[in-house]
Design a protein around this ligand. Structure first.
Ligand SMILES: Cc1cc2nc3c(=O)[nH]c(=O)nc-3n(C[C@H](O)[C@H](O)[C@H](O)COP(=O)(O)OP(=O)(O)OC[C@H]3O[C@@H](n4cnc5c(N)ncnc54)[C@H](O)[C@@H]3O)c2cc1C
Length: 348
């Protein structure tokens, strides 16, 4: 497949040994890996050296290397876009190494609307299904018809239908540790032609019902730019924690005690709580360990003020989890993927 600039994919490069990967994750903690391979062409897939310590990386905006990593990092740089249409839908295939925001803009410019609420989310197309990226009332899984991947254990290509992907809140089957041997190579989207803007979030509610897709995207970009730190200015990995969900009865008890706590009832009888509120109201905004700190405008985002170390970030996150639990009885869980010397960490 040609890339969107009508070029053929780059030829494969030689693996690098003991490579510096500080710039390959947006939290930018100093780190190296034992081996670094760039995946630029599908023909490399059968040669991928697979073992329990192989880690697939997109742009590293949801992954934090807390230490030098003893394994092999495989950076996904597969490029290419393809658009077809039926009477009712656009069928779009994007190779996994495409940049997500560029992809949203590409579709928007072609008059294919639906993903505008997800504009400016950093990272690659291939990582989008992994945690079912979402923002401002839209989740990517809604538009995914199938995910194509390479099974490193079986050494074969596979396709998972929408239902087989098990999309949930910031989760999918691909996020489970036992699915780490799957390299997502391409994502197939089905985007309905009858676009309806999603304006349910408070930052969008003042937009008129006949808002254009361009106006909506511009608003999303403006809101995100104001609220979230740009990793190239202040290294961070977006929301460090997931918004926790609790049973309805417990949510009612919390509401009685903390009437201001934002709560979002879910379809499954659970209630989602705003983790940023819990952190801020527990007085944790000023806490820092070395250069690992809480962002002042968005308490859900932890930041690297310059020379933070993995151990400092770990202690900061543990401190926040402990104080939030002691204060509200609510357990926070990291949304980010934390990588130790040995690989993906199950807990912090
Ligand atoms: C400032 C900022 C704002 C953010 N805002 C949002 C937001 O609004 N909503 C949201 O959902 N997320 C948000 N994020 C998180 C992040 O942008 C997304 O999770 C994004 O999808 C990560 O893409 P990536 O390519 O950087 O993934 P990486 O960090 O490289 O990888 C993330 C995970 O996916 C796996 N992975 C990556 N590529 C593949 C592949 N091809 N095959 C199999 N597994 C793969 C990795 O092993 C890892 O476990 C934000 C991050 C930042 C820094």
């Amino acid at each position: 497949m040609l890339t969107k600039d009508n070029k053929w994919p780059m030829p494969a490069q030689q693996p690098q040994h003991f490579a510096n990967i500080t710039n390959l994750h947006s939290f930018a903690l100093p780190a190296t890996c034992r081996q670094l391979i760039e995946l630029t062409c599908q023909s490399q897939l059968p040669e991928v050296p697979w073992n329990a310590q192989t880690l697939i990386l997109g742009e590293g905006t949801n992954t934090i290397f807390l230490d030098n990593f003893n394994g092999c990092v495989l950076v996904n740089k597969l490029k290419g876009l393809h658009v077809k249409e039926t009477a009712t839908d656009f069928l779009v295939t994007a190779q996994a190494g495409e940049n997500w925001h560029d992809f949203v803009v590409f579709l928007h410019d072609k008059g294919i609307h639906g993903l505008e609420n997800l504009a400016l989310i950093p990272g690659t197309v291939g990582a989008a299904p992994v945690q079912n990226i979402g923002a401002y009332g839209v989740e990517v899984g809604t538009f995914i018809e199938a995910v194509a991947g390479w099974d490193c254990k079986k050494s074969e290509a596979t396709l998972w239908s929408h239902n087989e992907c098990s999309f949930g809140y910031r989760s999918s089957r691909f996020k489970r540790p036992e699915w780490r041997h799957i390299i997502i190579t391409a994502v197939h989207f089905r985007i309905p032609k009858n676009w309806q803007p999603v304006l349910s979030y408070k930052e969008l509610m003042d937009l008129p019902e006949n808002v254009s897709a361009t106006q909506l995207m511009e608003r999303i970009i403006a809101v995100r730019t104001e609220k979230l730190p740009d990793p190239s200015d202040i290294p961070n990995a977006g929301s460090f924690f997931k918004n926790p969900t609790v049973p309805e009865e417990f949510a009612r008890t919390l509401k009685a005690k903390y009437p201001e706590l934002p709560q979002y009832p879910q379809a499954n009888g659970q209630v989602k709580l705003a983790a940023a509120w819990l952190i801020e109201q527990a007085g944790l905004k000023q806490v820092a360990y070395g250069d690992a700190a809480v962002h002042q405008r968005q308490a859900l985002v932890l930041i690297n003020l310059g020379s933070a170390k993995g151990e400092e970030l770990k202690r900061l996150a543990q401190h926040i989890i402990r104080v939030v639990f002691e204060t509200y009885g609510v357990q926070l869980e990291p949304e980010v993927r934390l990588i130790s010397a040995e690989g993906l960490m199950a807990h912090i």
